[in-house]
Design a protein around this ligand. Structure first.
Ligand SMILES: [Ca+2]
Ligand SMILES: [Ca+2]
Ligand SMILES: [Ca+2]
Ligand SMILES: [Ca+2]
Length: 419
C-alpha cells in the first residue's frame, strides 16, 4: 500500500497520534455510524437509524436522493423473517432550507402491517411543507419482497407520475463500512500504554455480508429548495413512535382509545455520521436522540462536542469545520444542490480532486469514517481504518445501494462476513 518504509512509519505515527486522541473519546466502543449507539434504540431495532444519505443523483443532478436505513446486521439466512418495516414507526426526512436549524419541510414514510412473507407492505409517502403543517402531496408504493434464493429479487422502484418522485423500500446490503473491532482494539492498546497501530491493519469490514432495511427516495431538487429557492439544504433522519401504546392480552397493540392518539414521540435522529456515537458522552446519548437540531444550534450539546474535539487535539480551524457541519446550524447533512455530482463516491477520498461528497451531503460510497478522522487529526491522517470501500459494488442507478446479501447456494463457502 505504501511505497516506502518512511511512509509506513509516518502513517503509523499518525495513526498512533489519532489513536491517542481518540482514546479520550467518551464513547470508547464505537459501534458504527449510528447503529445501536444508545440504549434507547439498541433495544428498538425497527426505529434505530443506522445511516442517512443525501446526494445528487449522479445520473441526473436535478434530482436529490434521500435515504435512511434502520435495523442493521440482518443475516442472509434470516432475511425472510426479519424483512419488514415496523407499521408503528414513522420514518421522517426533515428538510431545512433557510439556513437556520428549523425544518421547513418533511417527507414521512409509514408502512402497512406485513400480512405475508411473500406479499409487499404498502408504504405511504407524504410531503409536508411549512414545518409539517401542510400536506402537499402523497402516494403509496409497495416494498420489495425478499427471497431465500441465491439470487435476490430485483428492487421494486415506484415513480409517482404526478410528482416524479421515486421510492424504494426493502433490504439492501449495508452500505456502511468500518472495522469496529480493529478500531476498538487499537484504542484499547493505546489506553494500555502500548499503542499498536497494526490493529488498524486488520482491514476487516464489520458490516460486510449483512443486510439492512433501506428507505430511499429520489425527489426533484426544486421541491426541497424552498421559496425563494436556496442552494443548500439540510437533511435530518428521524424515527417516531406513538407516545402511548396499549398492549392487549390478545397480542394486539392499540393506541386508538388513548387520549394521546396521534401524538408521536421521537425515538432516534441521525444526520452527520458518528456524532452521537463518537462525540456525545454515554449518559447523554438517549437525550441526543430525543433532541432536535434547534437544540443543537442553541448549544445544548456544543460544550460536550467541542470539549471532546479539543481533547482529541483538534485545532480551532478543524473544530470550526466540524461544528459548522453538526452544531452551529444544527446537526443536518448539508447538501449544496448547485455542486455537480457525477459519482456515488466509491474509492474516493475527501482529498480526491473533484470530490463532491461528505461533508457535502453524503453519498453511499463516501468513506465517512476516514473523512471524520481526517478533520479530527487536523487534516493529517488519511488512512483511517484501512477499510476503504463497501464489500460489494454499489448500484449504478436509483436506489444506488447494493442488492441484499443472499444465503449462498450449495458449494459456496464464503459468506462475506469479516468478523
Ligand atoms: Ca441509531
Ligand atoms: Ca429553516
Ligand atoms: Ca456492505
Ligand atoms: Ca475507511
Amino acid at each position: 500500500m505504501f511505497r516506502s518504509r518512511s511512509r509506513k512509519i509516518a502513517a503509523a505515527a499518525l495513526a498512533v497520534m489519532a489513536g491517542i486522541a481518540l482514546s479520550t473519546l467518551p464513547a470508547r466502543h464505537m459501534k458504527g455510524a449510528d447503529h445501536a449507539e444508545a440504549t434507547g434504540v439498541a433495544g428498538d431495532p425497527g426505529a434505530d437509524i443506522a445511516d442517512v444519505f443525501a446526494f445528487l443523483d449522479p445520473n441526473d443532478n436535478s434530482k436529490v436522493v434521500l435515504a435512511l436505513d434502520v435495523e442493521g446486521f440482518i443475516v442472509p439466512s434470516e432475511l425472510l423473517n426479519l424483512s419488514f418495516f415496523s407499521p408503528d414507526v414513522t420514518y421522517r426526512f426533515e428538510i431545512e432550507n433557510t439556513g437556520d436549524a428549523r425544518p421547513d419541510a418533511s417527507i414521512e414514510v409509514t408502512f402497512s402491517p406485513q400480512t405475508s412473507r411473500s406479499a409487499p407492505q404498502t408504504a405511504t409517502i407524504r410531503f409536508f411543507d411549512r414545518e409539517r403543517r401542510h400536506l402537499s402531496w402523497s402516494f403509496t408504493a409497495p416494498t420489495t419482497v425478499q427471497t431465500l434464493n441465491g439470487t435476490p429479487n430485483p428492487f421494486v422502484v415506484t415513480t409517482d407520475p404526478k410528482t416524479d418522485v421515486s421510492f424504494f423500500a426493502g433490504l439492501t446490503d449495508d452500505p456502511f463500512y468500518f472495522d469496529i473491532v480493529g478500531f476498538n482494539r487499537f484504542v484499547s492498546s493505546v489506553l494500555a500504554g502500548t499503542p499498536d497501530p497494526t490493529q488498524l491493519q486488520r482491514a476487516r469490514d464489520s458490516f460486510a455480508g449483512y443486510n439492512i432495511h433501506m428507505i430511499a427516495l429520489r425527489v426533484p431538487a426544486f421541491m426541497l429548495r424552498g421559496l425563494p429557492a436556496n442552494s443548500v439544504i439540510g437533511v435530518n433522519g428521524v424515527t417516531l413512535r406513538n407516545k402511548v401504546t396499549v398492549r392487549r392480552d390478545d397480542g394486539r397493540e392499540d393506541d386508538d382509545e388513548d387520549e394521546s392518539k396521534g401524538k408521536l414521540v421521537q425515538v432516534d435522529r441521525m444526520a452527520t455520521p458518528a456524532v452521537n456515537t463518537a462525540l456525545i458522552p454515554f449518559p447523554r446519548k438517549n437525550e441526543y436522540n430525543s433532541a432536535t437540531p434547534v437544540d443543537d444550534a442553541a448549544g445544548r450539546f456544543a460544550g460536550d462536542i467541542v470539549a471532546t474535539l479539543q481533547a482529541l487535539g483538534t485545532n480551532n480551524t478543524n473544530i470550526g469545520i466540524l461544528a459548522s457541519v453538526a452544531v452551529t446550524k444544527g446537526d443536518y447533512l448539508r447538501l449544496n444542490l448547485n455542486t455537480t455530482n457525477t459519482s456515488v463516491g466509491a474509492g474516493e477520498k475527501v482529498t480526491t480532486p473533484g470530490y463532491t461528497g461528505f461533508p457535502n451531503g453524503r453519498r453511499p460510497g463516501d468513506d465517512t469514517i476516514d473523512t471524520l478522522l481526517y478533520f479530527i487529526s487536523n487534516q493529517t491522517l488519511l488512512t483511517g481504518d484501512n477499510v476503504n470501500a463497501n464489500d460489494v459494488p454499489l448500484g449504478g442507478s436509483f436506489p444506488f445501494f447494493a442488492p441484499p446479501q443472499q444465503p449462498r447456494v450449495t458449494g459456496v463457502i464464503d459468506d462475506n462476513t469479516r468478523n
